[in-house]
Design a protein around this ligand. Structure first.
Ligand code: ADP
Length: 820
């Protein structure tokens, strides 16, 4: 104002100065009131009054009528023209100063911190200077003070400088969003990294630098230098972030080797173009260590459970095995009862261990799903027979309702499916009172051409489940109504395992239950279709119950020689006669038989017809020709697989005393022996046990999983030839597997040695028929007859095909035996 030559301009400068002073004063009021803990209303009121007063001051004191401006030679000054406006101005200043003094006194009294008191002291000082600097201007009303406004200006500048300095040291200006963000950025205990759009590191906070070992200046560091990344990965990460997806990565620091969780996002500008990339890095090293420790502990636990279960299983197997022997061999009812109790307890223990083992496998993610081709028939058979005893004991009706259109062969994990059904069935039997009924319903729905949803429902009319318990049904170790179910064995693991198994098979399980009325568990499991032809009715199969064959005589002093080139046939014969206690001897060829016949006296001889080198007829001729032989008169029975009408006549004409068709039926064999052995050697059993029809239908002999796994065989026939003794049947099959005739048949075929080829085909026909492999037996028969009828072209055409069929059968048998 003073240096302005233009009076008009000087006036404008003066108004600007006045506004500045008023703003300064109002700011001071705002600052100090905000530092005091006034209520919001009080704070607004004080500030509003100050603002209104300041506005009036500008309007009234800033009016051109207040002073008259005069231009001297080198400066501009003024003389007062309206004293009232001055009085208003000074009154305003004094009130404001008083208010400030009062407010600051209150503040000084309440302030806890030294910096607050310092600020107040500086505020006093600055205001005092401001007030003092106005003195020349005030007295100018009375005395003319040259350059009075200059004092005022200088005073205000000093006051402003002092107050600004104080406020700065008080950090009043520091409290801004930016400064706080900066502070947070550098002190945050989370790593923050900012990359520019050229993918160069631009900013990194202290924590990030320490965490990632960044000792260089952040600029120009690339992502690949910070984290262990494969080439191409950084670019992909930036691109994904640019697409607007914030992704969490688990990375390892290149320098510090720490495991870090990195949240990678892109900050967009207003045009939706990338501005920068923000990486939030959290140190996971500790978490990682804890996870690894927990995993190791879990692993150790699973290993321990697995080892201990295995260790427990072995003695249990011995206990059950021994117990079984007691049950079989003991005649004392009391001891048999004890043994049965041991059997029940050990079965419970074994199932408990299996549950625990499965549970631990599921928990550690080690339960493997192994898909194979199977027939649902096998599974139903197994499950049905597994629980038939239990259900019968509780007088429950156990039925199977299977949709006959279910595809014949499916692919899936047969073992786990069986486990699911048996867990549900076991619960149904356990939680259904005596006389109740249980139904296993098997249905399906087509998903696509090659896959179906297998719908397995286990329905019971048992105790049912309360509504409140339903949501917890599939949780681990959950058992309900313990007081009511006290007598029922259980761990609360069955349904949890079932639920997990169904999930592992990509299916789902649901339950409908009405308390007191019963429950329905439905498992829906997708399966691949291998053979879509319908399975047909399966009811007769699973309910076919048979009693073991019991021998009708014993002959412990009788000696019988059986002669056959096939070991399996010899085994079958001696196995079938085991219970008769006859002394069995055997020979694998005609020559060996003749040697034995010259040395030992036998009461009966079974002689196979078709043998290589020396066939049965030749052996018999030589025996009968050797008048000195001790067995010259011993009855000889021909064993043949030649079921040709009229063959009997031929055999009898050749000098055989009788003949038996192979595969030999146990009852025919025994009748034949009784017929030809001297009666003094034979003790006929008065009433063999378990042979009457009535009894056999009550006897709930189980169709075992082994028999069910032989779905490709006519097990009915096979078992019959094995005297309905499953163990014996198994043994015969084992011998059948071991006597793989493919190499010898192949060799005979290559050499075009048709006579031997015929003998081998003949024996394959017989042995296959014995185990119930009807198709292969028929195919072998065709080959045998082709040789007989000189149809070599048929053999050439079909040899390979039959060998493949034979190979497949052997593979399936091996699998069944391994599973048994
Ligand atoms: P548990 O070994 O106790 O049988 P599960 O996991 O198989 O364990 O079953 C958990 C609980 O669910 C059982 O204790 C029983 O209370 C209830 N439950 C399961 N199945 C049935 C059912 N079919 N009827 C009634 N209650 C059932």
């Amino acid at each position: 104002m003073s240096i302005s030559t233009n009076l008009q301009h000087a006036y404008i400068f003066r108004v600007i100065g006045l506004i500045g002073i008023d703003i300064y004063l109002v700011s001071e009021i705002i600052l100090i009131t905000s530092c005091l803990n006034f209520s919001n209303v009080a704070e607004y009121l004080i500030v509003s009054i100050a603002v209104v007063a300041a506005a009036f001051d500008v309007i009234i004191y800033g009016n051109p009528d207040t002073d008259t401006f005069i231009r001297y030679e080198y400066f501009t000054s003024y003389v007062r023209s309206d004293p009232y406006r001055h009085i208003f101005h000074y009154t305003y200043l004094i009130i404001l100063a008083l208010c400030l003094v009062l407010i600051s006194m209150a503040w000084a009294r309440n302030s806890k911190y030294r910096r607050d008191r310092k600020l107040i002291a500086y505020a006093y000082l600055s205001n005092t200077i401001l007030v003092l600097s106005t003195i020349p201007d005030v007295i100018k009303i009375v005395v003319d003070v040259p350059f009075a406004h200059i004092f005022y200006c200088i005073g205000i500048c000093i006051a402003f400088a002092i107050f600004f300095g104080a406020a700065n040291s008080y950090m009043a200006f520091y409290i801004t969003v930016n400064s706080i963000s900066r502070d947070i950025f550098s002190t945050l205990a989370t790593g923050l990294l900012v990359f520019d759009t050229n993918f160069h590191l631009n900013l990194a906070n202290e924590y990030a630098k320490k965490l990632l070992g960044l000792d260089k200046e952040p600029h120009r560091i690339r992502l690949k230098e910070i984290f262990k990344l494969k080439s191409g990965e950084p670019l992909k990460m930036f691109q994904t972030a640019t697409e607007g997806v914030a992704i969490d990565y688990r990375l390892t620091s290149e320098v510090t080797d720490k495991v870090i969780l990195v949240n990678f996002s892109c900050k967009m500008d207003k045009n939706n173009e990338p501005m920068c990339y923000i990486l939030v890095a959290t140190d996971l090293t500790e978490e990682n260590r804890l996870i690894e420790e927990a995993q190791a502990a879990n692993e150790a636990k699973s290993q321990f459970i697995s080892n201990i279960s295995h260790e427990i299983r072995t003695p249990i197997n011995i206990i059950t095995g021994m117990d079984e022997l007691i049950c079989r061999e003991c005649t004392d009812d009391k001891i048999i009862k004890y043994a049965e109790n041991i059997s029940i307890a050990s079965k419970n223990l074994a199932s408990l261990i299996n549950d625990v083992l499965d549970f631990s496998k599921i928990e550690s993610g080690k339960l493997e799903i192994i898909s194979n081709e199977y027939s649902i028939k096998t599974i139903i058979n197994d499950c049905y027979n597994m629980f038939l005893n239990m259900a019968t004991e509780k007088k429950q009706k156990l039925t199977v309702d299977c949709n006959p259109n279910i595809p014949k062969r499916l692919e899936g994990d047969e073992v786990r499916l069986k486990q699911i059904i048996s867990n549900l069935l076991s619960n149904a039997v356990k939680y259904t009172p005596e006389g109740g009924s249980i139904t296993v319903k098997i249905d399906f729905e087509v998903i696509t051409l090659g896959s179906i949803n297998l719908l397995i429902s286990v329905i019971d009319n048992g105790i049912g489940i309360q509504k409140k318990d339903l949501p917890h049904l599939f949780e681990n170790f959950q058992r309900f109504e313990l007081s009511r179910n006290r007598s029922i064995q259980g761990t609360g693991l069955g349904l949890s395992i079932t639920h997990n198994l169904v999930s592992l098979l990509h299916g789902q399980i649901t339950v409908n239950s009405v308390y007191g009325e019963g429950s329905t568990f439905i498992a829906e499991i997708p399966q691949r279709v291998i053979d879509p032809s319908p399975i047909g009715s399966i009811t007769e199969d699973y309910s076919s119950i048979k009693a073991k064959h019991q021998s009708i005589f014993t002959a412990p002093n009788a000696k019988i020689l059986s002669v056959d080139d096939v070991q399996m046939n010899l085994d079958v014969l001696s196995g079938l006669l085991k219970k008769t206690q006859v002394q069995m001897d055997s020979a694998l060829s005609g020559a060996e038989a003749l040697v034995k016949l010259n040395k030992e006296k036998y009461d009966l001889i079974f002689l196979d017809h078709m043998m290589p080198e020396m066939d049965g007829i030749e052996v018999l001729t030589r025996l009968r020709a050797n008048k000195d032989c001790i067995n010259n008169k011993t009855p000889v029975i021909m064993l043949t697989a030649n079921a040709i009408i009229g063959a009997d006549r031929n055999y009898l004409d050749s000098g055989f005393d009788d003949y038996l068709l192979k595969p030999v039926k146990p009852i025919d064999l025994e009748n034949m022996i009784i017929k030809h052995l001297p009666p003094s050697l034979v003790n006929i059993q008065a009433s063999p046990t378990n042979t009457s029809d009535d009894e056999s239908s009550n006897d709930v002999t189980q169709v075992s999983s082994f028999l069910a796994s032989l779905y490709f065989l006519d097990t009915k026939a096979g078992l019959e030839f094995a005297a309905d003794d499953e163990d014996f049947y198994k043994q015969i099959i084992l011998t059948y597997i071991n006597e793989d005739k493919r190499p010898s048949m192949g060799a005979a075929y290559d050499k075009k040695d048709w006579p031997n080829y015929q003998i081998l085909a003949h024996s394959l026909k017989g042995t296959s028929s014995t185990i119930g492999a009807k198709e292969l037996s028929a195919a072998a028969k065709e080959l045998e007859f082709a040789v007989k009828e000189n149809r070599t072209d048929y053999i050439i055409e079909h040899h390979d095909e039959v060998m493949i069929q034979y190979g497949k059968l052997l593979d399936k048998l091996k699998t069944a035996i391994q599973k048994a």
